[in-house]
Design a protein around this ligand. Sequence first.
Ligand code: GLY
Length: 375
Amino acid sequence: MRNNISEILEKIIAKARATAPLAAEGALIPYGGEGDHWRGAPFDGNSWWTGGFWPGLLWLLYSETGDAAFMAEARRVGNLLAEELRTFNLLNHDVGFMYLLSRGADYRLTGDKQARTDCLHAASLLMGRFNPTGFIRAWNEPDRVGYAIIDCMMNLSLLFWASAETGDPRFAKVAKIHADTTLEHFLRLDGSVAHIVEFDPETGAKVREHAGQGYALGSAWSRGQAWGLYGFTLAYANTGAPRYLDAARRVADFFIAHIRPDGLTDCDFAQPPAPERLDNIAGACGACGLLELHKITGDSRYREAAEALVDGLIDRCCDLAPNHCGLLTHCTASYHDDAAGFHTNIVYGDYFLVEALLRLLDRAPALWFSRITRP
Ligand code: GLY
């Protein structure tokens, strides 16, 4: 690696000590940083799907430092998210992201019993979204009853964890059925993955694909590729089923073939050359998946690709200024819709970058895994 990871991490920790208190002062769950302040969620208040990444980031930093201030801020937001479980009408399949990284991380790192209960509650809500024809329903709109999306591969970790935690195989069984459906209907011959597939909710038959947050129908939205890469890798890590490892390797090869020479990541691997549209969240998340794949397979290509991604992010798109809120720049929520952010800081980019740094040091807590150990 060109960069000294420990030095970068020290700067990130100092920056978080300076900027984390501003989130509590503003009484919000950070969605992104802008200069000296945090922005809250663009939609759906505290039920917006990204709410777990800020506490997740703080739990990562807590695991590094033992700093009680990080724990307190992570818990402040974890408790706000727990309140959303009561109404739950705006929650969707992303309860995996939301609760595994907040209440789940709390339970794993501190043993807090209420955090465990909240995380199992979230897993039960995710189970409730299962359509027995073979997929987990993504969103709540009445005209999207049959929609499933590649992002959900990441949320399956909540179900694998719940089975290991309770000894009840139902959660993991549902996760495997959904992963098998994703394998069959999302993974393409070239190793790329679709974003949205619509199924007939009565029969489970594939109806059609929809264009999602990428450039066009049939294109390769880079964050979706990262969700698929890391998601199939985690499905393998949590089950040991070789078919998921094979899928992860295929998506990884496709992803690696599209890493830019500067280590940054286009928003869509099939987008036109101009205008430039980057989504560095995809690079940060992709690096985490590649590092886990390297650990599983020992194949050095995955580690080299992850290092190229992380070096590119650190060299060009990391705001390490101690008093600036937000770390990773040039994050894009969606190719065509700027409402949730275009070439800006978005909190899950920061989360995955810090996870990647800790993975490079072999010190990432195992938040996505059904076993309660450090890798
Ligand atoms: N899970 C939604 C997204 O990646 O934007």
